[in-house]
Every structure is written in structure tokens, then in C-alpha cells.
Design a protein around this ligand. Structure first.
Ligand code: MG
Length: 374
């Protein structure tokens, strides 16, 4: 009865091109519908209750914990993505429950130490299938999370798995059939979130100054709008107002451009979305170009900043040493992983163990198993 009312609400509110819960292709392991939660609400809850999700609190986004407590962690990045994606999804009358599940899932496969950790694990796994955080997220939710008695993984709906699969296969540019709009929204929101919060964090940490940023048209536009609106802000208030304005510009452009594309392409159903041959949820050409300029700037000034690079190489070295250490003595891993050695082989099991660690746990384990025995 209550499940029906949730479905009725969707029927009333969602656009025809949205993913409706009643049309879900279901789950690999058959389950009875929940009395009052729809399938994508249930997916979201399962992700929130997973240990991989909780560990995002102690995983690096760009800056490690040694830089204080202001900057984003992988968890707060994830929440910003979910927040932006839900705003866009609601405005376009898409399925917010599905969007939230996809957003909360999108980075759970990240190893400790951000992309530095990913590069090192991929290198260590070169001869054994490599490592990518996107496919590791799928491995976590289909195999490694063991929270339910009746099945391995979280038994998420096929739509949520397809969303993560699309990220993993990086299919957006080349695939013939386009992903659901909900999946496209999360991808666009991810990029808006990191562009804006990486600028904010870098300014706070003193890796950038706002004078340098004025060369970047997107920042200058946001700064001009703040100047027109406020007259007496101190530096910190100004910076935060510009960040808010930046998000506003990017989100508004995304919504307006997507709406225009839906209209121009006469997209009214999910089939239209799949078959239209291009990504619908994308910024305008002008903003896409400006975003790229900002991203190039961040790449040069922040991601390749000597302080960031030095931390990365220390973290990467620690992870590589641990990979070799556990590979030569796999029985010293926790029992859960020792039990998997036979089915998954030593390299993949060691990789799974390391990928699940938070930054601080990885450093503790490194001290315990590597530094102390050196
Ligand atoms: Mg992300």
C-alpha cells in the first residue's frame, strides 16, 4: 500500500524521461519489495550503511589530513556531489532517490591517498588486471561488502550498478546508447563539485591566491557578480561568496543547457535519451571551455604543487611497500582477506585489503608492518 503511494508520487512528479522505480530491472538476488521504501531509496540506505562508505571520512580527496581540518575529505566531496546532483535532478524532474544512490556510491572504490594511491595500486597490479577506483566500487558492492545473510555484496538495483559500470567503462563519449539522465547528472555534478571545492581548499591552504585566479574567466565572472552584489566584504567573506557564485553559475548553466537540449532534441522518453547519440546533461560550450581553463589552471598550480606532489610520493611509497610486504606474507592480513586468497589470488586480495584502508589506517599498518621491521 505505502510502496504504491511512493510509486504514485513518482508517477505524478517525475518526467517521462526519468527513471521510474516501477520500471527498475530489479536485483540479481530476488527480494520482496520493501513496504514503504522504493528500490532506489533502499539502494541509497544500503550504501550509507556500508563500511566502504563510512571510510570515505578518512580518505584523501586532494589534500591529506596533515593539512588541517578545513579541506574536503572524500566523504564531504561525495556529499557535495549528492547535493548538487539532487538540485539538478529535482529541477529536471528526475528520480532523486536514484541520483542520491549513484552519487553516494560514485567514489566508494577510492583507495587511501586519493589518486596517488590509485596510481600506485594500478602499477602494482599491472600484470593482474590493474586497479581503478571505479571498477573497485563495483567489486565492493557486488562481492566484498558482506552485510546481508542471503547474498554477497549489497544486491543493489541494476540501474545503480549500470551507473557505476558506465563510470568504470568511461562510456560516455563513445557508447551508442546513452546512460540514464540520472547517471549523466551525477557525472556532471561530480565535476562541478571538485572544480569549485578544490579552488576553495587551495585558497584556504595558501596554494593559490585570488589575484592569480583573476586571470581565469570563470572565476573573474563569479568575482564580478559578487562585487556587484556586495560592497564591504573582507577577504574571507569575499572568497566564500565567489565559491557560492561559481557553483551557482555552473549549476544554472547545466540546468538551462540540459533543458534546451531536451527540448531541441524532442526528448520525452527514456528511449529518446538512450538513442539520441549524445550526452544531454552537459554544460554549454562557453562554460565547458571556461571550466577547462579552470581545470588546467588547477592542474598546474595545485595538483602539481610541490607540497602536494611531495605528500603524494611519500604516501605512494608507503602503499607500494605494503603491497610488497603483504604479498610476501599474505597470511598476516586479517582473516577475511586470508579466506579470499585461494579464490582471488594473492595480488588481488592484497590490493583489495589495501584499497579498503583509510589514510590513517594505511599509515598505521605501514608503521607496524614495514617501518618497524626495516
Ligand atoms: Mg568524485
Amino acid at each position: 500500500m505505502q510502496q504504491n503511494s511512493a510509486l504514485d508520487r513518482e508517477a505524478l512528479w517525475l518526467a517521462d524521461y526519468a527513471m521510474h522505480s516501477r520500471d527498475s530491472a530489479g536485483r540479481e538476488h530476488l527480494e520482496m519489495p520493501h513496504p514503504y521504501r522504493g528500490p532506489f531509496q533502499r539502494d541509497r540506505d544500503r550504501i550509507v550503511h556500508s563500511s566502504a562508505y563510512r571510510r570515505l571520512a578518512y580518505k584523501t580527496q586532494v589534500f591529506t589530513g596533515s593539512k588541517g581540518d578545513y579541506h574536503r575529505t572524500r566523504l564531504t566531496h561525495t556529499l557535495e556531489v549528492a547535493s548538487i546532483a539532487r538540485t539538478v535532478g529535482r529541477t529536471l524532474r528526475l528520480n532523486e532517490d536514484l541520483i542520491e544512490a549513484l552519487a553516494l556510491l560514485h567514489d566508494v572504490g577510492h583507495p587511501p591517498f586519493g589518486h596517488a594511491g590509485e596510481t600506485v595500486l594500478d602499477h602494482c597490479m599491472h600484470d593482474y588486471g590493474g586497479f581503478s577506483h571505479n571498477s573497485h566500487a563495483l567489486r565492493l558492492v557486488t562481492t566484498l561488502e558482506t552485510r546481508y545473510p542471503n547474498f554477497p555484496g549489497l544486491n543493489l538495483s541494476r540501474e545503480v550498478l549500470a551507473g557505476q559500470q558506465a563510470r568504470s567503462a568511461k562510456q560516455f563519449a563513445s557508447q551508442n546508447r546513452q546512460s540514464l539522465l540520472e547517471i549523466q547528472v551525477v557525472d556532471a555534478a561530480d565535476s562541478i563539485a571538485y572544480d569549485s571545492h578544490d579552488v576553495d581548499d587551495s585558497l584556504e591552504l595558501g596554494l593559490l591566491d585570488s589575484e592569480q585566479l583573476l586571470k581565469i574567466p570563470l572565476w573573474r565572472d563569479a568575482a564580478d557578480r559578487v562585487h556587484r552584489r556586495y560592497t564591504a566584504l573582507d577577504d574571507e567573506q569575499f572568497r566564500r561568496a565567489v565559491i557560492h557564485q561559481l557553483i551557482e553559475i555552473l549549476v544554472s548553466d547545466l540546468v538551462e543547457t540540459t533543458r534546451a537540449r531536451l527540448e531541441a532534441g524532442q526528448i520525452t522518453t527514456r528511449q529518446d535519451v538512450e538513442e539520441c547519440g549524445y550526452v544531454l546533461v552537459d554544460p554549454s560550450d562557453e562554460i565547458a571551455e571556461q571550466k577547462l581553463q579552470l581545470e588546467d589552471f588547477l592542474f598546474e598550480q595545485v595538483y602539481r604543487h610541490p607540497v602536494v606532489l611531495a605528500e603524494r610520493s611519500i604516501a605512494g611509497e608507503a602503499l607500494e611497500e605494503m603491497f610488497q610486504r603483504f604479498r610476501s606474507d599474505p597470511e598476516s592480513m586479517p582473516a577475511f582477506f586470508v579466506c579470499r586468497l585461494e579464490s582471488d589470488g594473492v595480488p588481488r586480495t592484497v590490493c583489495d585489503y589495501l584499497a579498503g584502508m583509510t589514510d590513517r589506517h594505511a599509515l598505521e599498518e605501514h608503521r607496524r608492518h614495514v617501518s618497524s621491521s626495516a
